[in-house]
Design a protein around this ligand. Structure first.
Ligand code: ATP
Ligand code: ZN
Length: 300
């Protein structure tokens, strides 16, 4: 029986926009789990990996303090906490392992439609409502803008209507919340997605093998999502042209075709999205019997 010290702990968001994607990522890494009765911990059944379900704002701190070995959280939260920790004299609180392909959003300024503020040039002396005071203050300082930051923990977009601020700085993905509150999107401070972080403390030998395996699997899952395996027949003479058309491909495998001297089979893994246009261009270049299949697992 393993001791709990040898089990890896990952902090993920308990309930929110990152929860389902984070759990799906762990499942795609092969993790099978059961949830504790209080639903706050997931116990890995086939790997020494457990996860803690917490508020996303708590994830950087849990990883920094080495309560959790890894964490999945938005770059926006990471940057906010990084600045906060830095102001407290704590540099390098966590290691950024990789950005992930979900949780995309922008941290942007937004102004009341048809109001006096139309750009950053107009915000001197104004009040900005935001849940990201450290990022906003840092940005204003670097731009030499003198504006007041009013911290809101939620529902930032109603602050101008409440008369609490003249403008806001908040996360935007589709822009529908801004539109519903009659706000126009302005300058963007940060482009964000979810990210995987690791404790700054050295992983003990008892855990390092599984941490490395997990990191490799997460990286593999990320690569695989866009990747496709393409098969086709092609005249030998068209090979250079065909290779040039394949998006993000490594060297293709070229195989002989029985009873056919001038044509070969070409197999290749493409690490980028394969569009219909690409297939049409391949056909024009002489390829036939084109087949595109999804890749399920990949280990570099
Ligand atoms: P918690 O209760 O965990 O504190 P929360 O309300 O802070 O939850 P969510 O709204 O679930 O957080 O968002 C979590 C993360 O999802 C954000 O920090 C951000 O990285 C990402 N995200 C993606 N799109 C959006 C969006 N349109 N609005 C807000 N967050 C978004
Ligand atoms: Zn939060």
């Amino acid at each position: 029986m393993e001791t709990t010290d040898a089990r890896i702990k990952i902090a993920i968001q308990k309930s929110g926009r990152l929860t389902e994607h984070s759990l799906e990522l762990l499942q795609q890494c092969g993790l099978k789990y059961s949830r504790g009765r209080d639903q706050l911990i997931g116990f890995g059944e086939n790997m020494p990996v457990d996860f803690l379900l917490v508020r996303d704002d708590d994830i950087p701190g849990l990883v920094r303090e080495d309560v959790c070995d890894l964490g999945i959280v938005g770059m926006n939260v990471l940057e906010e906490k990084r600045l906060e920790f830095r102001a407290a004299g704590q540099d390098a609180p966590f290691r950024l392992i990789q950005e992930l392909d979900f949780g995309h959003c922008l941290l942007s300024f937004a102004y009341p439609e048809n109001g006096a503020i139309q750009s950053l040039d107009d915000i001197d002396g104004q009040r900005i409502a935001t849940s990201y005071p450290w990022i906003v203050k840092d940005f204003l300082k670097r731009r030499n803008v003198n504006a007041e930051v009013v911290e809101f923990s939620g529902a930032v977009e109603i602050a101008p209507n409440l008369g609490r601020a003249e403008l806001i700085c908040d996360l935007v993905s589709t822009g529908s919340t801004l539109a519903a509150n009659k706000l126009t999107q302005g300058e963007t401070l940060l482009e964000s997605s979810a990210a995987l972080i690791q404790t700054p403390v050295e992983i003990p030998a008892s855990k390092s093998e599984w941490v490395n395996r997990l990191l490799q699997r997460i990286s593999g899952v990320q690569q695989v999502r866009e990747s496709k395996y393409i098969m086709m027949h092609a005249p030998r003479s068209a090979l250079p042209k065909i290779s040039a058309l394949l998006p993000g491909a490594e060297a293709p495998t070229v195989l002989p075709l029985e009873g056919c001297d001038d044509k070969v089979a070409v197999h290749v893994v493409c690490r980028e999205t394969v569009f219909w246009e690409t297939l049409e261009q391949l056909k024009e270049a002489g390829a036939s019997s084109l087949l595109v299949v999804p890749v399920e697992k990949m280990l570099a």
